[in-house]
Design a protein around this ligand. Structure first.
Ligand code: ADP
Length: 158
């Protein structure tokens, strides 16, 4: 039996999302799904943060290319919360390579690239919590009741 778990996740709208004016389109997909926005801001990513965020790729030959890409313009950072939202958001975003992503996902609809794939989304509870702490201060996060919560999250017992 799968347990319904309230989770938080971090989204980055990467520089190509901003340059291609896809901020509203991407945000709307998360809003329409019923996720709660608990933090939002615009920022440029520092050397230290990009190396920390993509530490699992730091030894790859393409790391300097990723770093240049991530620092090429400001990004929008979003913290979202919702029941089982980490895996739900990864489905909305699609797999890494845009040209392999299903139509209907963000990368499937708007990206043809393995690097310039518009969005980052946390991949586990541990990374989500670490990533939210990496990019948001405590007072930049908001815990509030949303009036549509019961409509979106029925009493389900899978
Ligand atoms: P994801 O973002 O889907 O979780 P990864 O954590 O594997 O994927 O990679 C992080 C980011 O690094 C990707 O979203 C993409 O922007 C970039 N990237 C990954 N693999 C490559 C590659 N082979 N060439 C260029 N950029 C890559």
């Amino acid at each position: 039996m799968e347990k319904a778990r309230k989770e938080r996740t971090l989204i980055i709208m990467k520089p190509d999302a901003i340059q291609r004016s896809l901020f509203g389109e991407i945000l709307q997909r998360f809003e329409r799904k019923g996720l709660k926005i608990i933090g939002v801001k615009m920022a440029k990513i520092s050397d230290v943060l990009v190396e920390e965020h993509y530490s699992h790729l730091i030894d790859k030959p393409f790391f300097s290319s990723i770093k240049n890409y991530m620092q090429s313009s400001p990004m929008v950072l979003l913290a979202l919360s919702g029941v089982n939202c980490i895996s739900a958001v990864r489905l909305i975003v699609g797999p890494t390579k845009g040209y392999e992503a299903d139509a209907g996902s963000i990368r499937g609809d708007f990206s043809m690239s393995g690097q310039s794939n518009l969005v980052h989304a946390s991949d586990s509870i541990e990374t989500a919590e670490a990533e939210i702490k990496r990019f948001f201060k405590e007072d930049e996060l908001f815990d509030y009741q949303k009036t549509d919560y019961a409509l979106i999250n029925a009493e389900e017992h899978f």
